[in-house]
Design a protein around this ligand. Structure first.
Ligand SMILES: [Zn+2]
Length: 441
């Protein structure tokens, strides 16, 4: 498989960038892929007028000075591929403006990003909304037809993490999702009542029983039995993964119906929490040309989850302590060997909680990224290439960048995709990563 070395960048930035910046990256780290981000509302390039009109939200159709094909030709002259990144359902900053697309709980209420510890931008959209799905299929066909692009990577093609609001796992409960569940062979009513039962259990935890579970080092199946081993929980997890999987299948088909050789895949939750975020790696592998585990936001995708679960459950159950609950959660999700703190206060070393990865402080983030990289490769048949996405921006030091790159290589991945912040990215980090890439083989 071709080793991919990619970088994310914003369209405006890259269009204005001196090509010397890109050439510098090619020379230093062997860059061969540039990924252009496009928000749901479009960019300086975008959908045709005709397709833009089909969008359920206001999008900016392509303007007169669209120079994307010129950019792609310049990139191709330098043997650099260009992908477009398209954002779909989760973590939408414009969420509150679109109630008709909103992610809802089982009572029909819009789920707001109200985590005590998360950030405030993670509104979610319903992943089964027909108009939004149809528009995105049309968008992919349109972009494939009009631009000489080499591929697409979908993002936010998932449910928002529970770290932003625990109720991101207890939805979407809207009518469209109920219909979609029936079509996929699931009994939505049964799942809804089972999940409400689990919520009830979480709100009435026996503190003595919890302390005993902590001392017993319970495993995931023990936790399942504690929760009543209700088949609804497993059905709910599978349904949400199937729903996201059917989306990926449709987007994959849309692109291939126009040009067979244009590649399409998606980024994915780190594997530990992927199934509760709607990502079953085996399904993504089936419906994608590549996989790219999103390991650049380990705080959001893993640590926020522990924090939000603990904050909610200690609020609901006055008798239980953070020191009893956190070890149980770490153990259940396989984070018990990382030496994470047993109090929420210890997570708050930074005044503003991060939206992206940063260098190790008291929290062993590098090690968490490494373990998730190994789990990701273990979770698939590996008949499709896998490119690990990690941070190499200025909040990561050179050691951290090197450690992350080495983890992707040692895990057996087929390349890396970097988030560098401002192009080309910190010089020391690029140098450290280049040392790993030189020995990749
Ligand atoms: Zn829904």
């Amino acid at each position: 498989m071709k080793r991919v070395v990619g970088v994310y960048t914003g369209s405006t930035e890259i269009m204005q960038a001196n090509w010397r910046t890109v050439e510098q990256l090619k020379e230093e780290i062997g860059l061969n892929l540039v990924i252009l981000g496009m928000g749901p509302a479009g960019d300086i390039w975008g959908p045709s007028q005709e397709v833009a009109r089909k969008s359920p939200i206001e999008v900016q159709p392509v303007g007169k000075d669209d120079r994307l094909n010129d950019f792609i030709q310049e990139a191709h002259r330098r043997d650099i591929d260009v992908w477009i990144c398209i954002s779909l359902y989760a973590e939408m900053d414009s969420g509150p403006n679109h109630p008709e697309l909103a992610f809802r709980d089982f009572d029909g209420n819009i789920v707001e990003p109200v985590s005590r510890h998360g950030s405030g931008w993670s509104w979610s959209w319903c992943p089964s909304n027909r108009r939004w799905r149809e528009y995105n299929e049309e968008l992919l066909k349109d972009l494939t037809r009009r631009y000489e692009v080499d591929g697409f990577t979908m993002t936010h093609q998932r449910y928002s993490p529970i770290g932003h609001n625990l109720f991101n796992f207890f939805g979407c409960g809207c009518k469209e999702c109920e219909r979609a569940a029936g079509e996929l062979g699931y009994d939505f009513g049964k799942m809804r009542s089972g999940m409400n039962k689990i919520l009830g259990l979480m709100k009435s935890v026996d503190s003595r029983r919890l302390a005993r579970l902590r001392d017993l080092d319970l495993g995931f199946t023990d936790l399942l039995y504690y929760l009543g081993a209700d088949p609804s929980l497993v059905d709910w997890i599978n349904f949400r993964c199937d729903l996201i999987g059917t989306g990926m299948e449709r987007y994959h088909e849309a692109v291939k119906s126009v040009k067979e050789d244009v590649t399409i895949g998606t980024d994915s939750f780190p594997p530990t929490f992927s199934s509760i975020g709607g990502h079953k790696y085996s399904l993504l592998e089936r419906h994608s040309d590549f996989l790219s585990p999103l390991l650049s936001h380990i705080f959001i995708f893993a640590l926020f989850n522990f924090m939000e679960l603990t904050a909610r459950m200690t609020d609901w159950n006055s008798g239980i302590s953070e020191a009893d609950l956190l070890p149980v959660l770490y153990r259940a999700f396989g984070y018990d060997k990382l030496g994470l703190p047993n109090s929420l206060k210890a997570f708050h070393e930074h005044e503003s909680l991060p939206s992206s990865d940063f260098s190790d402080t008291k929290l062993p983030l590098s090690e968490a990224v490494r373990r998730e990289a190994f789990k990701a490769v273990a979770a698939v048949r590996h008949d499709k290439p896998m490119y690990g996405i990690f941070s190499a921006h200025s909040k990561i030091d050179a050691n951290g960048a090197k450690f992350r790159a080495a983890a992707m290589r040692e895990a057996g991945m087929d390349g890396v995709i970097l988030q560098v912040g401002q192009l080309p990215g910190p010089e020391a980090n690029l140098k450290a990563i280049s040392e790993v890439l030189a020995r990749w083989g």
